[in-house]
Design a protein around this ligand. Sequence first.
Ligand SMILES: *Cc1c(COP(=O)(O)O)cnc(C)c1O
Length: 396
Amino acid sequence: MRRDPATLEGALAQLEAAQLRRTRLTLAPLGHDGRRIVVPGTGELTDFASNDYLGLARHPALARALAECAAAGGTGSGAAHLVSGHGPEHAALEEELAAFTARERALLFSTGYMANLAVLATFAGRGEQVLLDRLSHASLIDGARLSGATLRRYPHADAAAAARLAGGYPRHTSLLATDGVFSMDGDLAPLPELAQAARAARAWLAVDDAHGLGVVGTSGGGTLEHFGLDAEAVPVLIGTLGKAFGCFGAFVAGSRALIEYLMQKARTYIYTTALPQPVAAATRAALRLAQTEGWRRARVLELTARFRRAAAAGGVALVPSATPIQPVLCDSPGQALAAQQALAQRGFWVAAIRPPTVPAGSARLRVTLSAAHTEREVDALAEALAVLIRAGGAAG
Ligand SMILES: *Cc1c(COP(=O)(O)O)cnc(C)c1O
């Protein structure tokens, strides 16, 4: 079908009618502490929609590292990593990320999306099979499609189904990939069982721990640390730097050979400009703070538990999640949008998540906690949700 303007307008009107059209607000950060934002036309709100779990995104040490690096060497990398864009801040950050994840080597990518495309398209191919959880992040799905391998998806967190698909299919399974922490649900993948399924099928297990690193595990080492899994059980680890680490970018960590091969082959690494060095410098500062200030992780988990207690006391039904991602299920996209607007009126910014981010027919509010929140803000949000549910504005 040719996409002439009338066709596009028609399609947009359909999205609008189904309450699936997305809008974009310009949200200005307010101050270095906390998660306060200014929304034009609405006023000052507390942001419960970011992935800044450790409260590092506005930390002055990151801003200082970024500014000093830019003052010394400029902003732009000027070229791809393999041309002339790779600098000392990139190199140091890669070494620090390898040490942090206890792997031989790490490779920086500009985004987690690109890192996932790289892993899937490099380590799977035509004639092979890739297995993904039904609730996998979009970038894993797109990577699997790009690879040319046959993509098969198992029911959410069902390792037995993954094992059956891996074993009962005549094609060679090259990769089993999963989120460590599911981005819209906050639950953890059953990694020990998935590792077993992958091992039995002689496939690699790749874990995208975008929401686990820095937050989950006794020292913030992520879902692998939580389950006590090493590089043999999970040969490919993907992490992002724009969430708990408050910056931008991503990395893949693994053995020396795995990373060297990825660097030679991954098109989303080779054919793109290197991340600005000042961003790498800021990320190094974030990684140091995440490791030395363990109170940040303890704090966000305490606030998460506090939110769950207060919400439950107010009759808000939460799904089981021990991470700072706390979904509140709604009956429909329209209800989620109305709830988002009602909460904004009361001073809270919470994301209404609609299809296709979540399966068709479902919708939710996605509350995320941060170490930067105060107890008072968390209690007030739980109270506002309870009021909303009593008024019938969200599924309780
Ligand atoms: C956010 C996210 C990504 C993408 O990372 P970006 O750096 O934002 O591109 C990948 N995987 C998961 C699970 C995510 O939540």
